[in-house]
Design a protein around this ligand. Structure first.
Ligand SMILES: Cc1cc2nc3c(=O)[nH]c(=O)nc-3n(C[C@H](O)[C@H](O)[C@H](O)COP(=O)(O)OP(=O)(O)OC[C@H]3O[C@@H](n4cnc5c(N)ncnc54)[C@H](O)[C@@H]3O)c2cc1C
Length: 497
């Protein structure tokens, strides 16, 4: 008899949607396991929204590159008919070290052709969902439950409780499963079951020590379409990542670290005050300061967190964690969604390799993906220094390495970070960056900065001691050293006598 498997996929983000596609496509193989897939998400189905609705539901721009695109391209027609043309191809990167020191890198020098573009996260979700609706909308093996939030996974009895979010008085629903995929993002409910069910499960959710806001601006005349920018000190003490958007716009994300005091102008609720601050300080390109001011005051502060886990599978719960549920990350290297999509592809490949034997696939998934997920979060956070002087040094070093590699490729290896968008495994890039010494150095510096801030914030170390650091250190360590030396000297002298 043909094997049947009920899989519940929690979360219709990029990871959950691509995993749904891969599993439903496995049913096309007549003799293999038959999958019944239930997809759950508290939000709306972006695949059923019209262009206006989707435009209103815009989220943030994402750089989609080799890891994500390769996963998508494994599904025939998905890229060509649903994804291609949704975003803007990256043509160059502009790096601004200071107001006057800027340089550009052409995408063709560091990327494979047709391998990188930016697109709104929700446009990707809409495209993946449209593919599902077109190809499996009437399939009896597929049930979508949008506007349903998963509340709890009962691993012992293999069912999941969900609650409708549509305001109806409908009661909580219990769904039986054979396997559950936690694709439910950073606050994963499926991951909670790992915490409850496994004493050896280690997990942490940490902030990335930053906060900021983002504005959408018209593409200036002197900036080519498809230009990605990183501008250090775009506003005093604030860095900016700028990604090209469709409709000749730029998505300007501005942020700083939590240990830096926010200028009162940027905290103002008066758009004119914010606009004046932009007019005085913004230097990356011409900007409509009034519009930026209006957008700024009409949004709250953003902050981003990251997640680390020591394994992504549970045989006991018959569950896997994919995407941000397993490895949410700071977006600096632009690989979070790429890795989420690659997780779905890795699961599909393992199901092929182990002929749909989930008992074998689950531990193998951790074996393959935990190193990629942890490399992702650590490369994202520990190759960017929270100390701006170190950050400038790192950018200059990377640029020198790039140039040396261009002219002496037999002598100098390429910068590993530039190889990731071309397809280098994150774990391999991590290995190379570790050997270059960069990660160890930045990890220490970043961790020290964060710890010092925490200690001051909660009052473990008082401001006085920190302020009079040298005097304090002399008193704390200098006096005992002097006293000990005096004792040794005195003993030595008495022996001589
Ligand atoms: C500002 C910013 C810029 C970024 N830039 C990039 C970039 O350039 N490149 C890149 O690759 N990545 C980038 N990322 C990261 C990327 O957005 C995420 O890594 C990606 O969206 C993760 O996909 P996911 O499907 O795992 O999770 P998510 O996108 O978080 O989706 C999770 C889904 O689960 C649903 N859900 C949550 N809780 C429940 C529940 N209890 N029950 C049911 N469903 C639930 C949510 O509604 C959501 O639809 C960026 C992120 C940010 C914030």
């Amino acid at each position: 008899m043909q094997a049947r498997k009920n899989v519940v996929i929690v979360g219709a983000g990029p990871a959950g949607l691509l995993a749904t596609i891969f599993l439903l496509r496995r049913n096309l193989n007549e003799s293999g396991t038959k999958y019944h897939v239930t997809l759950l998400d508290p939000g709306e189905d972006y695949g059923k929204m019209d262009a206006d609705g989707l435009n209103r539901a815009r989220s943030w721009m994402i750089g989609l590159s080799c890891h994500g695109l390769s996963a998508i391209r494994e599904v025939p027609d998905l890229y060509e008919k649903y994804i291609h043309g949704l975003g803007i191809d990256i043509v160059k990167a502009r790096i601004g070290l200071t107001k006057s020191i800027k340089f550009e890198i052409h995408a063709k020098d560091i990327l494979i052709e047709d391998s990188s573009f930016t697109v709104d996260r929700n446009y990707i979700c809409a495209a993946l969902s449209r593919y599902i609706n077109d190809n499996f909308g009437d399939d009896e093996n597929y049930v979508s439950r949008y506007q349903h939030r998963a509340l709890y996974v009962d691993g012992e009895n293999k069912y999941l409780i969900t609650r409708p979010q549509d305001g109806s008085a409908n009661e909580d629903l219990s769904i039986q499963y054979d396997a559950v995929l936690g694709c439910d993002g950073i606050r994963s409910v499926v991951r909670n079951a790992f915490i409850n069910g496994h004493r050896d499960f280690e997990f942490d959710l940490k902030g990335t020590f930053g906060y900021g806001k983002s504005v959408h601006v018209k593409l200036p005349d002197d900036v080519d379409e498809g230009t990605f920018m990183f501008i250090n000190d775009a506003l005093p003490g604030w860095g900016s990542f700028i990604l090209p958007e469709t409709g000749r716009q730029l998505n300007v994300a501005l942020g700083t670290t939590v240990n830096k005091k926010c200028p009162p102008e940027l905290e103002s609720s008066d758009p004119k005050v914010v606009a004046q601050y932009f007019r005085t300080h913004w230097h990356a390109f011409d900007i409509d300061a009034d519009d930026a001011g209006r957008q700024w005051v009409n949004q709250s502060w953003n902050s981003i967190s990251m997640v680390h886990c020591n394994f992504y599978h549970s045989l006991k719960l018959s569950a896997l964690l994919l995407g941000d549920a397993a490895h949410a990350t700071s977006p600096q290297i632009g690989q979070g969604m790429n890795t989420a999509l690659a997780d779905a592809s890795a699961l599909n490949a393992l199901l092929d390799e182990h002929k749909d034997n989930w008992e074998a696939v689950l531990p193998k998934f951790s074996e393959l993906r935990v190193k990629e997920g942890n490399a992702l979060t650590d490369l994202s956070f520990y190759t960017f220094s929270l100390n701006s002087a170190t950050q400038i040094k790192l950018l200059i070093n990377a640029q020198i390495r790039q140039k040396l590699n261009k002219y002496f490729p037999w002598l100098v290896a390429p910068d590993p970070m530039n190889e990731i968008p071309k397809g280098m495994k994150l774990s391999e890039a991590y290995n190379r960056m570790s050997k270059l010494g960069a990660i160890k150095y930045v990890r220490k510096e970043n961790d020290d900065i964060m710890r010092e801030h925490f200690e001051k914030c909660v009052g473990m170390v008082t401001e006085d001691k920190a302020k009079h650091g040298i005097m304090y250190k002399c008193l704390m360590y200098g006096l005992p050293v002097v006293a000990a030396s005096a004792v040794i000297f005195a003993r030595g002298s008495s022996k001589d006598l």
